[in-house]
Design a protein around this ligand. Structure first.
Ligand code: THU
Length: 135
């Protein structure tokens, strides 16, 4: 799927964000290697740490559907109705990506005007992963 189509889906997912505490709304559209797309938005909570980011929401939704291989994700974010800046994934989401995605997994960012593409290896260098564990 084209980057621009995935961005459109991420923007649609963002409309579902439940982000009344921070006001920062995020949408993610995750493309699996089998062609399926999983959407996620951030879902906040009165107990702040109980909330979840849009990216993990999308990834966990795919895993719950039995899908664990992914090629790219589009992410958009900003306060209120407008997109603002590139919504880079937080550290925890990067680590969750590490669990299921290869170094060349593509992160597509869109600030409302321009696209920016990064690989997982670029945004999470020197990472720890399941390949480091002996079991
Ligand atoms: N957020 C995401 O959804 N993804 C990220 O990678 C960064 C942060 C959400 C979490 C919280 O609901 C809000 O943005 C402000 O941190």
């Amino acid at each position: 799927m084209k980057a621009s189509d995935l961005i459109k889906l991420a923007a649609e997912a963002r409309e579902k964000a439940y982000a009344g505490y921070s006001g920062y709304r995020v949408g993610a559209a995750l493309l699996a290697k089998n062609g399926k797309v999983y959407l996620g938005c951030n879902v906040e909570n009165a107990v702040y740490p109980a909330g979840i980011c849009a990216e993990r929401n999308a990834i966990f939704s795919a895993v719950a559907d039995g899908v664990r291989e992914f090629s790219r994700i589009a992410i958009v974010g900003g306060s209120g109705d407008k997109l603002k800046g590139y919504a880079y994934p937080c550290g925890i989401c990067r680590q969750v990506m590490r669990e299921f995605c290869d170094d060349d997994f593509e992160i597509i960012l869109y600030d409302g005007r321009k696209q920016l593409k990064k690989t997982l290896a670029e945004i999470l260098p020197c990472s720890f992963s399941k390949t480091d564990l002996d079991f």
